[in-house]
Structures are given as C-alpha cells and as structure tokens.
Ligand binder design. Structure first.
Ligand code: IPT
Length: 908
C-alpha cells in the first residue's frame, strides 16, 4: 500500500491566495475513530455509513493530543526499522468523517488540505479523490464533479506512518492527524508576481493586475511595468494592495518590492548587505502541537520583532501559510525550508538514503514544487531551502534544478552538503567561532575538488543553526555576532531554536521525550528554545535582543556616547535617546545616521553611579508601542569610596566551639557558609561531557575537614581542607571572621592542591537561612540571571525579587538564576528583618538544595523546604552551547586558582 509515490489525484500546486471565490470552511468537529493498524474496514467511506458510535475530534488537531495514543519524540532516530519504503504493522490510523451542505453550482469546487500528517486518502461521497503525503504541504483535489447540492460526506483515512515518513525525520514530536485547515473552495486562481526593489513589476496569471496606490491599472501578464516604489525590507515592510481580475475570480494580494542578490560573495537585499539576525522556528503550541492557532503565530512574530530578531528559518518545513503573511506584514526575512529530512539514515551509514535513490525523485521534486508554488509571492521569502539534514544525493540536485528554472530570483540554501554543489550560499550549523572567523576571512579548509572549492569560496556564509538554546544558555552569542559584523562574507545566522517543545502535562508540568513511555526517544533534547513552551521569553532571548540590537550604544570617552546605526534600511529618526542618571533623564540630540554625542554633565557622588542611555520608539510601530526599548548602554560615572571598616567585636555571630562553624548571625539560625564548587549541571554539561569529568573528579561530593580553629577577641580563623574522596585533589580553605563596627567580615581564602585538569563549575560558598527571609533586594546586575558568557541583558541597578522569582523555570531543572556582580543584597522577612551581604559576588537563592535541583527531572519535582539556600560565588564557569555545538570559550572558563572571596555581613 505504501510505496515511493508521493500522491495521486492532486491538482497542480498553486499560490496561497485570498480570492473572492466562495469557500466553505470544513474545520470543526469531525467524526473520528482510531485503529491500531492500517487495515480497518473501508466501509466508512460509504456516504450512508452510520458513524453515530464514533467520537468527535476537532480539525485541525493531532489525535495523540486528544487522548488517542500518545506523542513520541525523537531527534535523529527513526522510531521504526530503517527499511524504506516499508512501515511498521503498528500504524495508528485515524478515520475521519465530515458531513456538510453545499449550495447549487459548486461543480468547479476544489478540496484543499493545508496539512495532514503523514498520509491521507480521501473520498467524497464514496468516490476516491486520491491520496497525499507531504505533511506540511498543501494538497488540492478536484471535488466539483462528485459534489451534490445539499448533503455531502467527506471521508479521510490518515495513517501515522507511510513511506513518506522516511522523508519527515525532523527533530520534533511525531504527531499525526489533520492538523491544518480543510477548505472546500471555488478558488482555482494562480498568480506569480515578480516585483523588484527598483520598481519593476510583472506577473504570470490569466487576468489583469492593478496596484491603485501606484497608479497602475490593467497590467497584462508577461508585461513589465516600471513604478516608483518604496522597497520592502524587514525593517520597513511596505506592501502595496493589488488586485488581479482573472477569468473566474478576483484575487487581492499585497505586493512587496524587493530584490535578493549575491555580489562578490556578499548577500544583498535591495542592493544593500543583508545581515540575518535570525531564529529557527518550528511550529509549536504546548497544547496543540503543530496545529498552531493564528493568534499564536502572530504572537511569535511580535515577540521576534520586539526582541530585534529580523529573520526566520522555517525549520524544517514550510509553515502554515498565514505565518508567511505575517512575516510580509510585520517584516521578517525568511528562509522557507522544504518539508524534508532523512537524518536517521545517518545512523545506518547513509545506506539507502532516499536523497540518492532515483525511486524517490518524484517525491523530492514534488515537495519542492508544492512549497515554491504555494509560497512564491511572499516578499519576506529570500531563499528556498531544499530541506534539512538529508545527506547528499542526486534528488537534491533535481529539486535545485527545478527551482532555478521556476524562480531564479531567490538563492538556494541547503546545509547538508559541504560541497554546496546545489546551493548558492555556503551554510553550516554549529561551526565554532574559530571556524566562522576563518570562513569570514575566506580561509576555510579547501574542498578536494578545486572547482567546487572555488565556487564555494565565492559564496556568502549563512550559519543556519548556531547557539543551541537548550536549557540555561546559549552562551557566547556576542562572540559570533562580532564576527558577523566584522566580515562582509558572513550573512549572519539563525539561533537553534525559537521555542521549547514542551507539551503541557497534568503531573509533569511540561513533558518531553520519554514522558509517554516511548521505547526510543531523545529525552529533553526537544526543550531547546529561546522561549519557554508558553512563550515566556527565557534569559537567552533577552540576551539575544541585546546582541541583535540594530543600534549599538557605547562610551568611547568620558562625557561622550557613540550611537551606531546597525539597521540596513532605515535611519534613527524613529528613535528617542534618553540618558538617565539615578532618576534624572535627559533627551539626547542624535543625528539621523548616528554618531558621537555629548552626554549631559553630572554631579559626582560618593556612591557608585551609572549612566544609562536607552533607545526607544518615539511612535507606535505595528509590532510595539511607543516607548518600547530597542537598545541600551551603560557607563559607570563614579566608583564608590570604600567605607572605612573600624574594628569591632565578633558579637553579631555565634560559632560552635570545636569546629568554628557559624550557627547564628544576628540571632538568625544559619548553616554554612562553606566552600562549594558544585552546580546542578546544565544541559550543555550533561550532553557536552563536562558533567562526566566533574563527577569523575568527585566535585559533587566534596568532604570538609577542619584542621585548626584559632579564636581571639575580634577574629576567628578556621583552617580546612576541602576535597573529594578517592582523589588527591583538594582546596586548602581558610575562613577568617573579623568583627567590624556594623557587623562581621568573612574572608574565604582558597588554595588549590593537586593537578586540576578541567575547569570547575563554580567557586564560592553555600549557606542557608530560614524560609521567611525570602525578599531579596540587591545592587548589581539584574533583573535577570547572568553567567560569564550570558547575561548581556543584565544591567547594573537596584533590583528586588522574591526568592520564588529568583528562579528561571527551565523545563528540565538545572543551574539557573545567578545574579552577577552583586555589591550588596538584603534577604529580609515581611517585617524587614534579616541580613545584608556586601562585597562583589554572584548570588543564587533557592527553596531547595543544589542536590534537589540536580535530581529533579521536571519543575514539579522541586518542592520548597523550610530553608533558603544561598550561593555566594566569586566566579562561575561559562555556559557555552555544548549540548549541540562548541563548548565554553577559554576566556569564560573557570579554573581552580588561588583566590579570596570577601563578604561583609550586616543588618539590612
Ligand atoms: C541539528 C538539526 O538540524 C536540528 O533539527 C536539531 O536537531 C539540532 O541539531 C539539535 O537540537 S542536527 C545536529 C546533529 C547537528
């Protein structure tokens, strides 16, 4: 039943268009039954079949998200044996029925499915229309001849597995069903508009095209008009309303005039170098899977725009067509990627990879055609991508040949073939900073074939996936961005990925791979987005906003600020620049093109003071209100004069006699502080191997031995050795407590012993206080978390949060919430009593221990106890993105070294 044939009975693919032809929306509740295999009786296709015993299932939707079977997640692995084109006997099959009324005269109607996963066979009034595969591609069948006036019955059989599943091995949940719209329409129009930034307009169609705002009426197909236009760009997405009056219907569309080209190895849009500050977007909703509601698509676009994202790669399939309309409207550069991935063949040495097997040629080319024909009129789409991770082979070449013929106006992208034989850009994923720099300089390792090498050397570089945003991270964003900015050949790239695909789960919070008992799965590898499953921005997205900012604000010399315009297509006149010191704000006069501007004079104070310059929107943009912040920069004006610490006695603190352990501070029961090197491993460490080294070293099970306790009136010295069992590594650690006028001072002096071959997670002390001291106020970087290579969004200021708000709710629990460069913090109860800790340190505060954080697998596993656990750190190891890609760069590593942490404890 399943072979290489991609479809039968499909109409020629055509553009998604809004016509005035009548249409009947067939979304809504359908009758539904699920069978465990593909062989249930076909009696249900009979229009007189009685389905009153069936269930009701909404269309669009995925049946596993409505209680029929369950979702399953794999990244690369096929969840069935690799034996193409065969599929397993266990093949969940959903039968759908829908009764609908049709008025007279619909014999020209067409039945459209915008997306069915993965194989659908369709009958109308008992007549078989055909079948379709290509889950994320539109399929249209001729319906008119079999429609009757009045009651009609549509029957669809959907198989989860088909030969086509071998072509759809994307890193995501396996989710069958009719998950996009179903429409009966009398629209059959097609149109292909070509509009360049210099105002040339022509089209293929069967009628006349008019663009009233440009004074154009009745343009004939094949004739080129020359118009005076404002070009379309993602920064200024000007669209012109157009009308095409065709033989059978009138179609309205919005035309954007823009040109993509490659000159001297540089990617250009409208003749200007284009820097892609992009994200990879899967379609995902925590309740609906890939049946994403329109409002959610819009939310994605707005969130991207508000975080300075200017580009989207539709990884790894064409999105719902409405998403592309939104990209046109709000302005995002798009790489539209074909619904193709055969990654799992890599696990079989790429043997029998469909990409190189002629039996699959039709399936490949058909996929490309269906994408390009559907999406060809979008100005936002600047490249066609053949697919993702499908190895190499001649079928990819056939796809590319077909596109070059049909639409030479857009370059072709594909990452999986290093030779770039079929592409126009050199695309890589997860290349290291060093490699990207080499490519930027044109010094990459040559290909064996000199012709292909020379050809590739002339191509712009697209980093189609980088900075794997799994869990805490990604780190090191700026190191890449600096390179993209420095080298014309580098066209920028796309973060992996936009959203965590966590499915909402009653008990687990958000589910990931394995949570539904899948025998083969990839665990939380599907939780690697810049936004949490509910689309709350994660710290990674806030960082990205800073790195992608189209305005850079720096302070080259005292009294001056430099404002750099990093837009490609607009000046700065839509922005207001506000300089703020404490609570006084001055508006700066900034030239339209940016430049160096004088700062207002300020009066020096004895406290630390910072000046912040913010660039905000002067007026509403379609995607953000006036006042929305685009960029900011900060400079320190005055450094604090250290307060003299006159001597005092150690009366504020109680210590245990023999061990010198602190018991009470200002009457509050405390445990610790004592040296700590461990943090709950982040995904980059778990998947990147560092976690294994750390455990082998025993850093998660340090022992503490007290060697000496020396006490005099205002000083207590505790000499210890901190070391893991089964190792000769250790840290000679001396705690020196001194009484000062307003409290007590602690100096922790650490001297590593032995050979430390790997970086360490953190260096600092851990202590706990009772649960009621849960109000945190601090002066330092905030409001969010920051690690050595993250936290670009954290600016210096005075911040407040509760201990609960101190947590970053990574779906898979791990180290989080570290506030950096804290000068002082108070932890107080509702009455304002508590402790104040001054110094220069990093702070985490939690209602659970590091061990509990480490053991947790889902957020609900974290149960508040009766203590607040603090970490006061001198330093942390960086974050990197080693869960998929390079680890922490050397400059962000933390090595065991002799160091001193000084903390000053006082009353708040
Ligand atoms: C790369 C895939 O293209 C992407 O779909 C996703 O799986 C990502 O990895 C990891 O989250 S492939 C990887 C093996 C380089």
């Amino acid at each position: 039943m399943f072979d290489h044939a991609p479809s039968a009975g499909l109409r020629a693919p055509r553009a998604a268009l809004a016509g005035d032809a009548p249409a009947i929306d067939l979304n809504g509740p359908w009758s539904f039954r699920l069978s465990p295999d593909a062989h249930a009786s076909l009696d249900f296709v009979n229009p007189h079949y009685d389905d009153s015993a069936w269930d009701r299932l909404p269309v669009p939707s995925h049946w596993p998200l409505h209680g029929y079977g369950s979702p399953a997640y794999t990244n690369v692995s096929y969840p069935f044996p690799i034996d193409p084109p065969n599929v397993p006997d266990d093949n969940p099959t959903g039968d759908y029925r829908r009764v609908f009324e049709v008025p007279e005269g619909w014999d020209d109607a067409v039945l459209r499915f915008d997306g069915v996963d993965s194989h659908a066979r369709v009958w109308l009034n008992g007549h078989e229309l055909g079948f379709t595969t290509g889950s994320r591609l539109a399929a249209e069948f001729t319906a008119g001849p079999w429609l009757v006036t009045g009651r009609n019955v549509l029957a669809v059989r959907v198989h989860q597995w088909s030969a086509a599943s071998y072509l759809e091995d994307q890193d995501m949940w396996w989710l069958p069903g009719i998950f996009r719209d179903v429409t009966l329409t009398r629209s059959t129009a097609d149109l292909f508009v070509r509009a360049t930034h210099d105002g040339r307009l022509s089209f293929e169609g069967d009628g006349l095209l008019s663009v009233p705002a440009l004074g154009l009426t009745g343009l004939e197909p094949g004739v080129e008009a020359r118009l005076d236009v404002t070009p379309w760009s993602a920064e200024n997405p000007v669209l012109y309303d157009a009308v095409h009056v065709g033989a059978t219907e009138t179609v309205r569309l919005r035309i954007g005039f823009r040109t993509v080209s490659i000159e001297n190895g540089v990617l250009l849009a409208n003749g200007v170098p284009l820097k892609l500050r992009g994200v990879n977007r899967h379609e995902f909703h925590p309740d609906h899977g890939r049946a994403v509601p329109y409002e959610t698509m819009r939310e994605d676009v707005l969130l991207m725009k508000r975080h300075n994202v200017n580009a989207v790669r539709t990884s790894h399939y064409p999105p719902h067509p409405a998403f592309l309309d939104l990209c046109d409207e709000y302005g995002l550069w798009v790489i539209d990627e074909c619904d193709l991935e055969t990654h799992g063949f890599g696990q079989a040495g790429w043997r029998r990879n469909p990409s190189d097997d002629p039996a699959w040629a039709d399936a490949y080319v058909e996929r490309m055609r269906r994408m390009v024909e559907r999406d060809k009129n979008h100005p936002s789409i600047i490249m066609w991508s053949l697919g993702n991770e499908s190895g190499t082979g001649r079928n990819l070449g056939l796809m590319a040949d077909w596109v070059r013929e049909r639409d030479p106006s857009r370059p072709i992208h594909y990452e999986g073939d290093l030779t770039c034989a079929d592409t126009d850009v050199y695309s890589r994923m997860y290349a290291s900073v060093a490699e990207v720099e080499a490519i930027g300089k044109g010094e990459e390792t040559p290909l064996d074939d000199p012709t292909l090498d020379a050809r590739r050397r002339r191509m712009p570089f697209v980093h189609c996936e980088y900075a794997h945003a799994m869990g805490n991270g990604p780190g090191g964003l700026l190191d890449y961005q600096d390179l993209y900015d420095a080298h014309p050949r580098l066209a920028g790239g796309f973060i992996w990925e936009w959203i965590d695909h966590g499915l909402r789960h009653e008990k687990l919070g958000y589910a990931y791979g394995g949570d539904y008992g899948e025998p083969v799965h990839d665990s939380n590898f599907v939780i690697d987005g810049l936004v949490f499953p509910d689309r709350t921005p994660s710290p990674g997205l806030l960082d990205l906003k800073v790195v992608f900012a189209p305005v850079r604000i720096t302070f080259p010399s005292t009294g001056e600020v430099s404002i750099e315009n990093r837009y490609g297509f607009r000046d700065l006149t839509h922005l207001r620049f506000e300089a703020t010191v404490e609570d006084v704000t001055t508006i700066l006069e900034v030239p339209a093109e940016g430049g160096v501007v004088k700062l207002p004079a300020t009066t020096p104070t004895k406290d630390e003071t910072w000046l912040t310059v913010r660039a905000v929107l002067t007026a509403d943009e379609p995607w953000a209100p006036a006042g929305h912040e685009i960029a900011w920069g900060q400079v320190r004006l005055t450094t604090p004069t250290p307060a003299p610490r006159s001597g005092g006695s150690l009366t504020g603190a109680d210590f245990s006699e023999g061990t010198g352990r602190l018991i009470r501070l200002f009457g509050i029961e405390v445990e610790g502080p004592r040296l700590e090197l461990w943090r709950a491993p982040i995904d980059n460490e778990r998947f990147g191997g560092l976690d294994w080294h750390w455990r082998t070293m025993g850093l998660h099970r340090l022992t503490h031995r007290v060697d000496a306790v020396n006490r005099d009136e205002d000083r207590l010295t505790v000499v210890t050795r901190v070391a893991p069992a089964a190792s000769d590594l250790g840290l000679r650690t001396t705690y020196t407590w001194t009484g000062v006028a307003d409290g007590v001072l602690l100096e922790v002096h650490v001297v590593p012993e032995g050979e430390w071959k790997h970086p360490i997670p953190r260096l600092g002390v851990a202590m706990s206080i009772p649960a009621e001291y849960d109000q945190v106020t601090w002066y330092g970087r905030g409001p969010g978390e920051a690690y050595p290579d993250t936290g670009l969004a954290a600016r210096v200021g005075r911040w407040s949060a509760t201990v609960d708000e101190f947590q970053t709710p990574y779906v898979f629990p791990q180290e989080n919430g570290h506030r950096a460069e804290v000068r002082w913090a108070t932890l107080t109860d509702a009455t304002g009593r508590g402790i104040r800790i001054s110094g220069n340190y990093g702070l985490t505060a939690r209602r659970w221990t590091t061990a509990a954080l480490e053991e947790a697998r889902h957020l609900p596993d974290l149960v508040p106890g009766d203590r607040i656990h603090l970490n006061l750190d001198l330093a942390h190891h960086g974050i990197g993105s080693a869960s998929c890609g390079p680890g922490v760069l050397p400059q962000y590593e933390l090595q065991a070294r002799e160091s001193t942490l000084t903390l000053h404890f006082t009353h708040p």
